[in-house]
Design a protein around this ligand. Structure first.
Ligand code: G4P
Length: 527
């Protein structure tokens, strides 16, 4: 095997998906702790106080006085290189989250076992489903009173439409939480609350019929044995191929805050989750083991660090090897860039990258010339596909207090639109610019950034737009007819695409009926 193939094979790139408060931040911190990337961990307190907390990790950084510094973390575990991508799951939930999920090969779904499947989890899982991303599930907070475990599995199967294969099974809960039984290994891991125990420091008892269990749990053990029998008979067996197809999820139980269950998740990611997968481009499929470097930009973040006033384009490496100083081609602009200042996200800080392989994320500093979806190679024309833009659900018209700042406003919105911070629509009837977002916090971020970075005081006003659809039609004549008849509802987005802005649901379905040759798209893939 070539060195490039070997390096690709030992990479795992994943994101954590969860509803706010399920324990994503806690789990992230514990994963870092366990991998040795940070030295101590504790409850991250008061994290909701920061209004514009763009990343929970930045909060960890503030709280703990450590430098996590970005929304991508790389750490080593069992001779593998793990890339963990943060998905903003909170109030700042936005399209960014969706696009981060296009850059991973698997996802870890965290569920608060007291609450079960919640709204954000459903949304995020549906995005994973677009690419059949394999999902590992962690049922968290067993140190509390939680819901019945079988009922939780039922809920995941019925609401998220993914089969569950429990790998561990909890023994008790809350004050009576004793540990978990590992079904595949036939081992019991004993739970102990509090302290800073590392995951491998929990006691292990071999075999469900081990007499020590009768001594330790004289009352509960019989019931547990019966329950395990029932679970094994009633639930799915783990099937690696079904997992890799995104049809079945291995389920683990534990308590993130107590470091309990973390090791099993990490092992599942290393043993079962896929190494970097082949990626589609318009031209051909790109294999991670190819010798030549290629990758695409899935996220842009500005002002990540007050000391570095720049934008970072996050690029997912899809093939080959990236080494410091090599020239790579920015295909949209057809321009070579000498990537000497490219950064990687090793353990604590932004460091200059020495080398990166498929699955790794590298950060390219730039001044606004790189856009989401841009492809980079050593010269071959490749256009990575599958980076989605979603029909926004919230709309605002933009006005400015000082009309002399119109130019700055347009420039600012153009750049924020290209960055993907918000979607910008220019109505064909010449009215005010319309902003579209998936999460309401996006508007606040845009207001703040327009003021800070472009010196523009913008006010947003509500507009009667219910949803947007990207419009296409292979027949140019029909499209022109449609455009003429619907000028009041049409706009062009920042990428120059024709969009229909529907005032309400009824209007949209009537228009769709009236124009059967026109396609109305809910998502737009960047090509
Ligand atoms: P998030 O990033 O998904 O939003 O969740 P986060 O990790 O911040 O966790 C949300 C709350 O749940 C936190 O409490 C955290 O301490 C708690 N938590 C996480 N894992 C566990 C667990 O295994 N057991 C228990 N009992 N709690 C857990 P918080 O925000 O500090 O609020 P509070 O509960 O301390 O008031």
């Amino acid at each position: 095997m070539s060195q490039i193939a070997q390096e690709a094979a030992r990479r795992r790139t994943f994101a954590i998906i969860s509803h706010p408060d399920a324990g994503k931040t806690t789990l992230t911190e514990k994963l870092l702790l366990f991998s040795g990337a940070i030295l101590s961990a504790g409850t991250v307190k008061g994290k909701k106080s920061g209004k514009f907390a763009t990343s929970d990790w930045m909060e960890i950084e503030k709280q703990r006085g450590i430098s996590v510094a970005s929304s991508v973390m790389q750490f080593d575990y069992r001779q593998h290189v793990v890339n963990l991508l943060d998905t903003p799951g909170h109030e700042d939930f936005s399209e960014d989250t969706y696009r981060v999920l296009t850059a991973v090969d698997s996802a870890l779904m965290v569920i608060d076992a007291a609450k079960g499947v919640e709204a954000q989890t459903i949304k995020l899982l549906n995005v994973c489903r677009l690419r059949d991303t394999p999902i590992v599930t962690f049922m968290n907070k067993y140190d509390r009173e939680v819901r019945d475990s079988l009922e939780l599995l039922d809920e995941v199967e019925n609401i998220l439409h993914i089969r569950c294969a429990p790998i561990t099974w909890p023994i008790g809960m809350g004050k009576n939480f004793k540990g978990v039984y590992h079904i595949l290994n036939d081992e019991i891991y004993l739970f102990e609350a509090g302290g800073e125990k590392l995951p491998h420091q929990f006691d292990v008892i071999k075999g469900i019929n081990n007499a020590r269990l009768d001594e330790l749990f004289p009352i509960e053990i019989q019931q547990l044995r019966e329950e395990i029998e029932l679970v094994q008979a009633a639930s799915n067996e783990f099937d690696l191929n079904a997992f890799l197809r995104g049809e079945l999820t291995p389920v683990f139980f534990g308590s993130a805050i107590n470091n309990f269950g973390i090791q099993e998740i990490l092992n599942a990611l290393i043993d079962w989750a896929p190494a970097p997968l082949p990626r589609e481009t318009l031209e051909r499929v790109v294999e991670p083991t190819e010798n030549k470097f290629s990758g695409f930009v899935f996220k842009i973040q500005a002002n990540m660090d007050a000391k570095h006033r720049d934008r970072i384009a996050f690029l997912r490496v899809c093939s080959g090897e990236f080494t410091r100083g090599m020239k790579i081609k920015h295909l949209r602009l057809n321009r070579d860039i000498a990537a000497s200042s490219v950064v990687t996200f090793m353990s604590h800080t932004r460091e200059l990258v020495e080398e990166a392989f498929a699955g790794d994320i590298i950060g390219i500093p730039n001044h606004g010339n790189i856009q989401i979806g841009d492809s980079f190679t050593e010269g071959e024309r490749l256009t990575f596909t599958g980076i989605p833009f979603f029909a926004p659900e919230l709309f605002r018209a933009v006005r400015i207090k000082n009309p002399l700042k119109m130019k700055q406003l347009q420039k600012g919105l153009q750049q924020l639109g290209e960055e993907g911070a918000v979607q910008v629509f220019r109505p064909h009837n010449g009215g005010d610019l319309i902003l579209g977002a998936v999460g309401v916090l996006q508007f606040e971020v845009v207001t703040a950034r327009l003021a800070n970075e472009y010196g523009v005081d913008a006010v947003f006003e509500s507009v009667s737009i219910w949803s947007a659809r990207w419009v296409s039609c292979p027949d140019r004549k029909k499209l022109a007819e449609f455009e003429k008849a619907n000028i009041l509802n049409l706009a062009t987005d920042a990428g120059g695409n024709l969009t229909y802005l529907a005032p309400n649901r009824v209007n949209l379905s009537l228009t769709e009926e009236r124009w059967p040759d026109i396609c109305f798209h809910e998502t737009r893939e960047l090509t």
